[in-house]
Design a binder for this molecule. Structure first.
Ligand code: NAD
Length: 370
């Protein structure tokens, strides 16, 4: 097990390695004693992940006297809802969860956000730890304490900042992940490389396949490097008021695509992949980076079979979603661009015509020629 630290206050370990390692047991036991946790522990998972990984995790918690109670939700974004949250809280109450009981998240970003939000609010706040099981959750969503559920009309609208006490990312869990989900997570790994680790970018370029068949040592190094980028940025700006925005590279474009397609066509990482290409293009058109940046990033994404365009979409509707419609008055989103590998900049108002061109290019309607 390799241990990184997310240095917020209090700092917490983010470990990469086998969940069978004695370190995992020792860490949970240490936190348990320090914080004098009380049973039962509420293990929140989904119906895909639970059958695979809950038995061994529950056995460990059992050995530590934490009397795990399993709460299972439906897989998918639909579970990040106030309805599911209400049901989970009801189950916690029935299980006798007290204010010293820990919540344990076991699953992807959906379970992590839901379990974290439950931990932030149930009984005015419970301690929590996280066992992320998707690549996206391991390198991104499990770290940094942003937790939320969705409203029908707005994603992540009801949420909190609530840092976990311990995160364990076990790469072997990714072997059961559907390949499309795995590739989608790679887009967030690439984003981490672009905003904070040029050496990781070279590793991704030279060595990484789009399936979890990479040599384990290499893969662990990649995970660690991506996690380190996230931990560093979060430590600089825990509450997301400035520096942390750089983690949104590719996301301003990506979110607009997800929204324009009703969250049904692209997985989050797929939309981010297209968004990364658009952000690099805009960076080069604004003279921040040379044009080879776009080619380099698109070559990696294409090799991983991730999309780089959202063909068939109507550029006007994407413009509208991004606030670039006629009125332009509602305020436009921030853009994260690159001025060099590993050097993101936050741009408040890039030239409007270039943003429009970037959108047209993104939906496969040219843009390069202008
Ligand atoms: N809190 C944050 O900072 C943050 C950051 C980025 C994304 N997010 C959120 O993360 C969510 C997306 O997370 P996700 O991409 O992990 O999706 P997800 O949690 O829906 O998981 C994807 C699918 O894979 C399945 N799965 C998970 N782990 C598995 C495994 N090891 N083996 C087999 N199947 C497995 C799940 O059941 C699900 O069907 C979104 O709601 C997004 O808003 C949060």
């Amino acid at each position: 097990v390799r241990v990184l630290w997310c240095r917020v206050d209090p700092a917490y370990p983010v470990a990469v390695g086998s969940r069978e390692d004695s370190f995992v047991c020792e860490t949970i036991e240490r936190i348990h004693r320090e914080g004098t946790w009380a049973p039962p522990a509420a293990v929140i998972t989904d119906a895909n992940v639970g059958p695979l990984y809950a038995p061994s995790l529950c056995a460990l918690l059992e050995r530590l006297g934490l009397e795990p109670r399993l709460v299972t939700v439906e897989p998918g974004e639909g579970s990040k809802s106030l309805d599911t949250y209400g049901r989970v809280c009801g189950e916690l109450l029935e299980a006798g969860v007290s204010r010293r009981s820990p919540v344990v998240a076991l699953g992807g970003g959906v379970v992590g956000d839901l379990a974290g939000f439950t931990a932030a609010t149930f009984g005015r706040g419970l301690p929590w730890i996280s066992f992320p099981t998707t690549l996206l959750a391991q390198v991104d969503s499990s770290i940094g304490g942003k937790v939320a559920v969705n409203l029908t009309a707005a994603k992540n609208m009801v949420g909190a900042f609530h840092q976990p006490r311990f995160v364990l990312s076990d790469p072997s869990c990714l072997e059961t992940l559907p390949p499309r989900e795995y590739r989608s997570g790679l887009a967030e790994v690439l984003k981490a490389a672009l905003v904070g680790d040029p050496q990781l970018l070279s590793l991704l370029e030279d060595r990484v396949q789009a399936a979890p068949g990479d040599p384990p040592d290499l893969f662990e190094e990649i995970l660690e490097r991506a996690i380190a980028v996230k931990c560093d940025v979060v430590a600089e700006d825990e509450r997301d008021t400035g520096r942390r925005h750089v983690l949104n590279l590719g996301h301003t474009f990506g979110h607009s695509l997800e929204s324009a397609t009703g969250y049904g066509r692209f997985l989050h990482g797929e939309a981010v992949a297209i968004g990364l290409s658009a952000a690099l293009w805009l960076s080069s058109r604004m003279g921040l980076m040379d044009g080879e940046g776009v080619e380099r990033v698109e070559a990696i994404l294409t090799r991983w079979e991730l999309p780089i365009r959202a063909e068939g979409l109507d550029s006007e509707s994407v413009e509208r979603i991004m606030g670039y419609d006629k009125k332009f008055a509602q305020g436009v989103p921030l853009f994260i661009l690159l001025e060099d590998w590993g050097r993101p900049v936050i741009v408040r108002r890039p030239p409007e015509d270039l943003v429009r061109q970037a959108i047209r290019r993104m939906v496969g309607r040219g843009g390069d020629e202008a």
